[in-house]
Ligand binder design. Structure first.
Ligand code: PEP
Ligand code: MG
Length: 832
């Protein structure tokens, strides 16, 4: 007859695979179900006896009258709380009835100190009982059926030995004694052998294969234990168990840890001759410098009559329009979006009106166009908004394109040979797009900012780039051999032979790694010790979605929906939006697609959304504040997302949240519209963590949201009080700053306390150096630029969670972003 195990807790029943701890996820301790608790009292799952109750009060094991043994482990890493937050209500040896309370715990305080509250309920003697039925994927009440067990017919073990028992003594170095996790590892090790192995502690004896028996030994750090083995391979089994007991089993050294700071490598200073810069797109490149010297395009002042000049301007604009269309068709989605912006400038009514007014006054088409463009640049500069000022590049770009069409001046980009490293004062987006066709190896710019269009395009193309390198770059002549290290942030001109050879080896290794990563791009992503990490991609368009799917993305963690709203004169209709979201969802069939609600304002103005002039736009009406101030925009977008089929594939994410009230207000809109539209299934609503307020109240937000996703680009600018678009502070805007990392860690910890997952969708997730740190801090989803997905998966596969956590802990102790980067490089060298 089946033995019914009732749920010891009220909560959400989940498969063991979802537990972010390999001991449980890989069933080292046995099979079972995990509960994400909603209640605070653990009750007996059957009539039986309490076999062990750990002195920390975080775990209890019971044996039923039929002999089934079940362990209930409240939360992960809770042994380290040393009893804080747990109130045991029974003692080992007590006979209990199903439903009797066993342990009460303070959910908030335990959650804040634990890695997760998820509570595995494990049948530890799987050799004797098998699970025939189990509940997962839904809420369960305490005392509701969780699992049904049936006994396994066990053959009597036949020993092929002469009965000799061999023994060794060990002193326990485990900081918390043999608790559930080490017990599982010991059991797993013992099961590899035929021999019977027992552990003896004083007068207590336990079979090493039995988690419950090991827990019942009640061991502590420093205890003297005897290990006994008997059987054909007794010697090997004894040696393996003794070796395991002699280690810390990944639980952390029992001795006082060495001061963390001592292990942080020094930040390498620039060597003589090296030129430092800001990393706009990470990577390595080696090749000769190719200088891009922009020649001035001369134009006549006087025109040849306004009719002729108007016609010439019109013809030049038509020619440029065709060229832009061709570039957009050849390039990827990033290129296409820059080209769209250029088309909008080419047809900008103010620019055209300004040029026509000058032509009417007798100027030539070229002189008039240049004058009109520079009027606009003066206006943009007068705003004082660094991000808008950075966009003057696009205006200069469109100026030069039209002037070239008018005068026949040669294109700037012809001179860059394949494999060269382009060195320039600055670069215009169209120049980059044209140059990229000849396959340069990398880019070095005297000026520029890490969030400029050029930087974003380079990152999308996987082209290593350093910007803001300063005038030292002027000394680099055409043909100078360069080693471009856009991982460390410097370039080495005229390297020694030894340096070149070492760099070539690094490049070859990196290429081999990328190749291997691409080959495994479609595989699911787990750490080396089996923890599931989801690898998503950030998208703007359906083309991006197709690229992402081809690169093995498991969904999209950020659809920047503003791509539909910018560079146009009115807001897209519900139908237009719905069609766009549906196409993206269709390109990623069966995979989650997280659509971020309109994120305009601040650095992304949309002309048709009335936002008064603001002295400080980054702190003004932006992100979700815009939607809440313009409800019809918000409701149209929510309806368009809710209409996407299958319902639930598209989730909704709120940008720039600063308080819980904003989440509640949007949730109310979503639920009301869902009701009106007759949609029965729930649709997840998540929150972007981009403000320090959101990070520090992640537990409060997580109580209202289904998930959190950290936008490191904005979080960095708000934590460091450095405008992400201001080239003057570009060198300091590094999301690896320990202050940003600490807030990321805090976000993960607080969200885990409420059982919510945290992802990272900001640029830091696409930085190879940051991936191990983000995983170690507790992120379980990364959403990266599509091209980085295979490499990110490969990095995750090479990590264990314990190593990532230790590494992240060290990163939090660093004093600067530069120190964190030096630490990350040392970690990479050690682990790859
Ligand atoms: C971020 O701020 O990190 C983010 C992902 O949003 P965006 O870069 O679009 O502002
Ligand atoms: Mg943002």
């Amino acid at each position: 007859m089946a033995l019914i195990i009732t749920s010891p807790l009220r909560g959400w029943a989940a498969p063991l695979d979802s537990v972010p701890d390999p001991v449980f996820a890989q069933r080292m301790m046995g099979d079972g179900v995990a509960i994400q608790p909603l209640g605070d009292t653990v009750c007996a799952p059957f009539d039986g006896e309490v076999v062990t109750l750990h002195e920390s009060g975080h775990a209890v094991s019971l044996r039923s009258a039929e002999g089934a043994e079940v362990l209930i482990h409240i939360g992960l890493d809770t042994v380290a709380l040393k009893g804080r937050g747990f109130t045991p209500l029974v003692a080992a040896g007590t006979t209990v009835a199903r439903g009797d309370p066993l342990i009460r715990f303070d959910m908030d305080s335990v959650a804040l100190g634990a890695t997760s509250l998820i509570t595995p309920v494990i049948v530890t003697n799987a050799e004797a009982f098998t699970i025939t039925r189990r509940v997962t994927g839904r809420a369960v009440g305490a005392h509701e059926e969780l699992m049904a067990l049936a006994p396994v017919r066990v053959e009597a073990r036949r020993w092929s030995d002469d009965g000799t028992v061999i023994e060794e003594r060990v002193t326990l170095v485990l900081p918390h004694g043999i608790h559930a996790r080490p017990a599982a590892r010991l059991g797993e090790c013992a099961r590899r052998f035929e021999a019977e192995v027992h552990l003896l502690h004083g007068d207590k004896r336990g079979d090493v294969r039995s988690t419950v028996a090991l827990l019942a030994l009640g061991t502590r750090l420093g205890d003297e234990l005897r290990v006994q083995a008997r059987g054909s391979d007794a010697e090997a089994a004894l040696a393996a168990i003794v070796a395991l007991l002699g280690s810390d089993m990944g639980e952390g050294a029992a001795a006082a840890p060495a001061p963390v700071a001592a292990a942080i490598p020094a930040v390498p200073a620039l060597q003589a001759g090296q030129i430092g810069g800001v990393i706009a797109s990470p990577g390595l490149a080696m090749g000769p410098a190719a200088r891009l010297n922009q020649t001035a395009i001369a134009v006549e002042r006087e025109g040849k009559g306004s009719m002729a000049e108007r016609a010439a301007l019109e013809a030049a604009r038509s020619e440029v329009r065709v060229q832009i269309g061709a570039r957009a068709a050849r390039g990827d989605a990033g290129v296409a979006s820059v080209m769209r912006a250029h088309l909008a400038l080419l047809d900008d009514p103010e620019l055209i009106a300004g040029a026509e007014a000058r032509i009417t006054m007798g100027n030539s088409a070229g002189f008039a166009w240049r004058g009109s463009v520079h009027d606009q640049i003066t206006t943009l500069k007068a705003t004082g908004n660094a991000h808008l000022i950075e966009r003057t590049d696009d205006l200069i770009d469109i100026e030069r394109q039209v002037l070239r069409a008018l005068t026949g001046a040669p294109a700037d980009a012809d001179a860059v040979p394949a494999g060269a490293i382009l060195v320039a004062d600055d670069l215009l987006p169209s120049q980059l797009v044209a140059i990229a066709a000849s396959k340069p190896a990398g880019i070095c710019l005297t000026r520029g900012g890490p969030t400029s269009h050029v930087a974003i395009l380079c990152a999308g193309m996987g082209l290593p780039a350093l910007v803001a390198m300063g005038n030292a770059l002027d000394a680099i002549g055409d043909g100078t051999m360069l080693l471009l290290d856009a991982e460390a942030g410097h370039v080495t001109p005229n390297p020694s032979r030894a340096d070149s050879e070492a760099f070539a080896v690094r490049l070859a290794k990196r290429d081999a790694r990328r190749e291997a990563a691409r080959a495994a791009a479609a595989d699911t992503c787990r750490t080396a010790d089996g923890v599931r990490i989801e690898l998503f991609a950030n998208l703007g368009t359906v083309e991006d979605a197709k690229t992402a799917a081809a690169q093995g993305a498991e969904g999209s963690g950020l659809v920047r929906s503003e791509f539909l709203f910018l560079d146009r004169d009115d807001a897209p209709s519900e139908d237009e939006q719905h069609a766009a979201y549906q196409r993206i969802a269709d390109a990623l069939p069966g995979k989650p697609v997280i659509v971020r609600l309109l994120d305009v304002g601040g650095d992304k103005p949309a002309a048709y959304i009335p936002i008064d002039a603001e002295e400080n736009p980054a702190l003004g009406l932006r992100g979700i504040r815009v939607g809440l101030a313009h409800r019809s925009l918000l409701e149209t977008q929510v309806r368009a997302i809710l209409r996407v089929e299958p319902v639930g594939q598209c989730r909704i994410m709120l940008p720039m949240v600063a308080s819980v009230a904003e989440v509640c207000a949007v949730r109310e809109v979503v639920e009301r519209l869902r009701g009106e539209m007759g949609i029965a299934s729930p649709v997840e609503v998540g929150v972007m963590v981009e403000t320090p307020a959101a990070a520090i109240t992640a537990d409060l937000l997580a109580a209202e949201a289904d998930f959190l996703s950290i936008g490191t680009n904005d979080l960095t600018q708000y934590v460091l009080a450095m405008d992400r678009g201001n080239p003057a502070v570009a060198a300091g805007v590094d999301a690896m700053h320990p202050a940003v990392l600490r807030l990321i860690g805090e976000t993960c910890r607080r969200a885990a306390a409420k059982g919510r997952w945290v992802g990272v969708c900001g640029g830091l997730a696409s930085d190879p150096a940051a991936v191990p740190i983000l995983i170690g801090l507790g992120a379980t989803e990364l959403s990266t630029v599509p091209g980085f997905v295979p490499e990110a998966k490969a990095i995750v596969r090479g990590l264990t969670l314990a190593d990532a956590r230790a590494h992240a802990e060290q990163a939090l102790q660093c004093a600067s972003a530069a120190e964190v980067r030096a630490l990350a490089r040392a970690f990479e060298e050690k682990t790859r």
